[in-house]
Ligand binder design. Sequence first.
Ligand code: WQD
Length: 340
Amino acid sequence: MQILVTGGLGFIGSHTVVELIQSGYEPIIVDDLSNSEIFILERIEQITGKKVKFYPYDVTESENIKKIFNENKEIEACIHFAAKKAVGESMEIPLEYYRVNLLSLLTLLDEMKNYGIKNLVFSSSATVYGQPEKLPVNEDSPLQPALSSYGSTKQMAEDILEKVSATGWLNALALRYFNPVGAHKSSLIGELPKGIPSNLMPFITQTAIGIREKLTVFGGDYPTPDGTCVRDYIHVVDLAKAHVKACEYLKQKKQNFSYEVFNIGTGQGYSVLEIIKTFEKVNQQSVAYKIGDRRKGDIESIYASCEKANDILGWKAEETLDDMVVDAWNWEKKYRSERK
Ligand code: WQD
């Protein structure tokens, strides 16, 4: 089964392509390289021993998608990762976020409809929940108005998918990712943030390796057990496997068109300090940090209930926090040693 993976050279996309190949699927990657590197394609081929078809195209343009669908008649599903994803940046250039994140989805949907492709897996985010009143958060928990333009694009996209699926030609699954971290065990692919990382794990690994002087923990006075924010960190390979399960689910589904959302996390919340301490202990590597001010827009605590994904998709996260910090660190070390 051919599957079009937009943004397939990005952090989550590349790990998903590997898992798809290893489960017998034939992923086709489209990625405009705006926030990814072409060497990741070779690495995917190195890990899997398979050649992967790649298009360096922008998916906001329908001509590009038409070309791909014309050349690959066996495509039965699309996994749509291609999007802009920096929360802070999305507040500075909101129009660009709305343009890229929504136009790519609308263009893809238009062409899927034209070509009779009925199955879509969409990258959504736990950010749609805001600060939930009750934890763990499940798929029926109410959504809060989005604080960032990035979050707003994810909420709007989910809304679009729900309405389009209701017209009876589309099967769409939105996966709400919690905090993806870690890297492939081979250390051949991993997270490649451009410039100063805004996410916690790459900031930790870059501080440990000496690229950053010190990590600032954003806020030590939250009403959490140790005063720092709590998140549900999930290993990127577990997250990638959830996409394979999503494809299997769509494949065995008959003509019953629908839209469904799934939380994809571990169900376990860890504080920022717990992440740092675990990283230091497991990797025997210190991380310089200080407690600083709260970051604007941060919520204090969130973690997932993943029962729905477990019951319906038959998926469950398997990797531990120790695995996540080890794999993130091994990737950082290998990547930097090769660039010297
Ligand atoms: C995690 C925790 C920070 C950096 C965002 C998006 C979400 C998803 C993942 C996808 C928080 C703290 C961080 C630092 C710190 N996006 N932190 N010092 O904000 O939970 O989620 O990324 O594309 O949609 O909202 O992730 O990794 O930025 O932060 O103390 O230098 O680490 O305050 O508690 P976040 P994060």
